[in-house]
Design a protein around this ligand. Sequence first.
Ligand SMILES: [Zn+2]
Ligand SMILES: [Zn+2]
Length: 244
Amino acid sequence: MRLTVLGCWSPMPRTGGACAGYLLEEGQTRVLIDCGHAVSSFIGRHIDYNRLDAIVLTHLHDDHQADVYALRQAIAIDLRLGLRQGRMPVWSLDQPAAEWERLQMPFALETHRYAPGDGFTVGELAFATAPTIHALPCAALRVTGGGRTFVFSADTAPSPVVTEHARDADLFLCEATYRRPGDGPVNIHLAAAEAGAMAAAAGVKRLLLTHFHPRQDPEAQAALAREAYGGPCEAAVEGRTYEV
Ligand SMILES: [Zn+2]
Ligand SMILES: [Zn+2]
């Protein structure tokens, strides 16, 4: 299984970058996890968007879904021109209801709703999900394929449920929005050391941090997380591919 980071910023991209977007590949299966601001601009460096098997959204905040609106329009045009066959499957939570409704474009998108706790399969990848602690309903993803396990925290405050969901993962992609606890609104996101503590408690084999504010230094975030975790820990780099 291979993970390519298309974007790692929130709530807006650093200049020349993108918000949440991750290409996950196993065998012939290619899934885009989240599709925030500017992600559509970077997919083409790695894959033709028409070769994606599905888009999986962790939640319906704009930094995780905004560019689906660009992609679906491009897909609709491709369908009209006969450049692709079939709609793009999108897996998403159905809350908030207004955002779920806004996502619908039946000509271009085949939307599948799931609830945190549900499981589903895309090609060679099996997804298990768990609820996170966040401002909106949000799901952490545990993905297995090719004998490996990848876990993505999505957006969350410190959570024993997400920690358990990450148990023994080969690669744990975890948000680290704040430098120190208390730097932002409480009970929505993680500080770097909190991400490290969750990784340690879950016994994951590697930790990859993401979801940085554009003014932050990701390397400094990684140093703080590494202290709390004690294992191999890096800050995600856009355009880089990681073997799971
Ligand atoms: Zn969010
Ligand atoms: Zn976010």
